[in-house]
Ligand binder design. Structure first.
Ligand SMILES: NC(=O)CC[C@H](N)C(=O)O
Length: 376
């Protein structure tokens, strides 16, 4: 028996399909992601908090889900929109079907809608407020809720998704069939404090693989507490929402930058580094969400295939003299990387941990470690 579901948009559109997850309703900003797979990483990426994600690739769920690919402890995305859920999930790593996974975690999903039409709306009109409803349907109510969604501009979500308490992280990447490797402190020469604004686990693993002993701290940790830990470097994580209202983080980063400690920011962390350096950020029309975005390193001219997930960006015209552009998107020329000229700090807008290239842009993590070594 199929359960009905709808997606209502603030522009008045209604898409009718079937429920593939929980029943109820959910409101958020509707965005499209063009990745062919990686749906489990997308769903659990805290940067997708308050966002309903539609995947443009038509068959989603083919490989089921497993306990190794979670980027966080829970699903943060506000819902999933797909064209077609295959009847069979098949992979040697599959532990559960996508549909059972969504139901078990009380996340609403919809399938059997025209995701091409939806994507054209999002591309032409920009990301839309939306409401997913499954089970008992009230279209008028769904439309009202979609229209009433305030939008992500001005919304500080980092403090909502961050860890409540600091913790230590020693887990590296996984080796096929061997699980994740746990390192001993003796194997990890550099102490890095990682600000958790909504951090993805694979970022922590890739830093650990490169010799970083991590202390992950809550988003609102003051700079003084971080500096008291005497770290060799500070990492600023990705995260959801608008970077601009995160004034506590901007103030802390500003203070940390004055010490000359190596600082590396990814996505929201990159945007916060920009703000702390005096640049401005802006909301994009529909953002970048996908796994095949070409980004050029302006120094080497090398083009990297990158994973992207952002709806805000650092405004290039606002960069102060001590901040230079290091990377640019070859899709739309937008700013993708910044580097401070007066202190060892840099940021990258894409997601080097998401491995679409698959390892194209991973050397950014090495670059951070090189800065740590140089300072020592
Ligand atoms: N992945 C991220 O860190 C996203 C950053 C920010 N929330 C944006 O949408 O631009």
């Amino acid at each position: 028996m199929t359960v009905p579901a709808i997606l209502a948009l603030e522009d008045g559109s209604i898409f009718r399909g079937i429920a593939i997850g929980a029943e109820g309703h959910s409101v958020g900003e509707v965005v499209f992601n063009t990745a062919m797979t990686g749906y489990q990483e997308i769903l659990t990426d805290p940067s997708y908090a308050r966002q309903i994600v539609t995947l443009t690739y038509p068959h989603i769920g083919n490989t089921g889900v497993n306990s190794e690919d979670e980027e966080a402890e829970q699903i943060w995305s506000a819902g999933l929109v797909i064209r077609d859920l295959p009847m069979l999930a098949s992979s040697f790593r599959s532990e559960q079907s996508l549909s059972d996974y969504l139901k078990a975690r009380n996340i609403i999903g919809i399938a059997d809608i025209d995701t091409r039409r939806l994507t054209r709306i999002l591309r032409d009109k920009g990301a839309q407020g939306g409401c997913l409803m499954a089970g008992e349907i009230d279209e008028a109510k769904a439309l009202t809720m979609a229209k009433e969604f305030a939008g992500l501009k001005g919304m500080d979500l980092a403090k909502e998704v961050t860890t409540a308490k600091s913790y230590e992280w020693r887990e590296g990447s996984w080796a096929l069939g061997a699980g994740h490797k746990t390192f001993s402190d003796a194997e990890l020469p550099y102490h890095v404090v990682a600000y958790d604004f909504g951090v993805k686990r694979n970022i922590l693993r890739m830093l650990t693989d490169r010799g970083c002993r991590l202390t992950v701290v809550p988003a609102q940790t003051p700079a003084a507490d971080v500096l008291a830990m005497n770290p060799d470097g500070v990492f600023l994580s990705n995260g959801p929402g608008d970077p601009e209202p995160c004034d506590y983080a901007i103030a802390a980063i500003k203070e940390i930058l004055t010490t000359g400690l190596p600082v590396f920011g990814i996505c929201l962390g990159h945007q916060l580094l920009g703000l702390a350096s005096g640049a401005k950020t802006q909301k994009m029309k529909f953002g970048h969400h996908g796994a095949n975005h070409p980004v050029q390193d302006l120094t080497t001219k090398v083009v990297h295939i990158t994973s992207q997930n952002h709806g805000f960006a650092v405004d290039e015209s606002s960069l102060p003299d001590n901040l230079v552009v290091s990377h640019k998107s070859l899709f739309d020329g937008s700013l993708q990387g910044i580097r401070r000229t007066d202190t060892p700090a840099f940021g990258f807008q894409g997601h080097p941990e998401a491995s679409p290239g698959p390892h194209d842009i991973a050397p950014l993590f090495n670059q951070f470690v090189e800065l740590i070594k140089a300072r020592r």
